[in-house]
Design a protein around this ligand. Structure first.
Ligand code: SF4
Length: 386
């Protein structure tokens, strides 16, 4: 049986079944907890489309994963803290398919995280379409912001690392920036999408921030936590994007010096304002711009990874490695780091001296008797490739 689930399913609904009769279930992201029921209905012969927004809280309806399943998934887990978005970027379908921004309560997030931790999880990534707009009901009955949530989660002793994604630059306020200084468990790797380096295009995208605003945030985060590395999302070939606009994007990427990025060609999403904008960019132009941006980002990524060689990084060990006696962990920047070490170290953080860069990983060795502490990582040279 073929089922199509997610934002596109939500937006397209019956159209998916009209175009492909083999699809038996179409379900939007808000109704995913009903999937067993939908599959059962589809088995009776009729295709099922469920794209109404459910009134019930899907997180309360979804079956909790069994402890053995959580353990099998490893020591890192995602925890959804908010969903939906009120920003209405003109290229994006999320506000229409996921609805308005809704935050889960601190109590529920805390309960879920504590359960995960009791089952062996050591790192959580707090996720949401616009995660730094988080404003869930706090333990004192008032709305809590993301940094306050991070502060509370930091108090869980066995939880070693906290990350969050995806953020909007408009919601990177002082409190959140200072959290990067104040909470060691918050990893110094921030995914902060900018989409374009041109103010003209940012305005057309309804991003509600300028290029200068974005660069100021990067600078402020670096000021409070100098070892922070950044990743971003970029869209090239947005309607009306000129060569000059695209050069502004390249210049912004050079100025920031990213550790990693996700790059996309603009593609119209039905029902979004940008779909109807004139001056759609020819496919060949989009492709050429995408390749140029990707070339730059790959150079930056390699430079960043190379800048880690010779440094000592804290590594959270996740699983056995491919070779005898080896285990593999992740650096604060999510690079895989294999080292020779006892399997009993899986689930712990230890200091590793990085000796070599391979295509997909950093090769290192344990630093004897060095206590792990994220604060003593030195700042990688991420800005040196203009
Ligand atoms: S791109 Fe992000 S901020 Fe903009 S509307 Fe979509 S989810 Fe919201």
């Amino acid at each position: 049986m073929i089922a199509v689930a997610g934002c596109v399913a939500q937006a397209e609904g019956k159209e998916i079944i009209r175009r492909e009769a083999a699809v038996r279930v179409v379900v939007g992201p808000q109704n995913i907890h009903r999937i067993s029921e939908l599959v059962a209905r589809a088995k009776t012969g009729q295709a099922v489309v469920d794209t109404e927004f459910a009134v019930e809280d899907k997180f309360e309806q979804l079956a909790k994963p069994k402890p053995e399943i959580t353990r099998a998934r490893g020591i890192s887990a995602f925890v959804t803290v908010q969903e939906g978005c009120d920003k209405f970027c003109t290229f994006c379908v999320v506000p229409y398919t996921r609805g308005n921004e809704v935050s889960r309560s601190v109590e529920r997030i805390l309960a879920e995280t504590e359960t995960l931790v009791s089952q062996g999880v050591k790192e959580v990534t707090l996720i949401g379409q616009n995660v730094n707009a988080y404003h869930g009901r706090g333990l004192d009955g008032r709305d809590w912001t993301l940094p306050k949530l991070v502060a509370r989660l930091s108090e869980i002793p066995e939880l070693l690392r906290i990350r969050y994604m995806t953020s909007h630059p408009r919601d990177m306020d002082d409190e959140l920036i200072e959290a990067h200084r104040d909470f060691e468990k918050l990893m110094p790797f921030l995914h902060l999408p900018v989409q374009s380096g041109s103010d003209r295009i940012l305005e057309q995208m309804n991003r509600k921030h300028t290029r200068a605003d974005y660069l100021r945030i990067i600078e402020r985060v670096r000021n409070v936590r100098p070892d922070t590395a950044f990743s971003s999302d970029f869209i090239v070939g947005f309607p009306g994007e000129t060569d000059r606009d695209f050069e502004d994007t390249l210049a912004l990427a050079r100025e920031v010096g990213y550790a990693q990025c996700y790059t996309f060609k603009y593609s119209p999403r039905p029902g979004t304002p940008a779909t109807d904008m004139s001056e759609q960019i020819p496919e060949a132009v989009k492709t050429e711009r995408l390749y140029r941006l990707q070339e730059l980002i790959e150079t930056q990524q390699r430079a960043f990874n190379l800048s880690c060689v010779g440094r000592e990084l804290d590594v959270l060990f996740e699983k056995p490695g491919r070779n005898e006696g080896q285990i593999v962990g992740r650096s604060p920047y999510l690079q895989p780091v294999p080292v020779i070490a006892p399997i009993s170290m899986i689930g712990s953080v230890a200091r590793v001296r990085i000796n070599e860069l391979r295509t997909y990983s950093l090769i290192g060795e344990l630093v004897a008797n060095a206590p792990a502490s994220p604060t003593v990582n030195s700042a990688p040279e991420v800005n040196a490739f203009a």
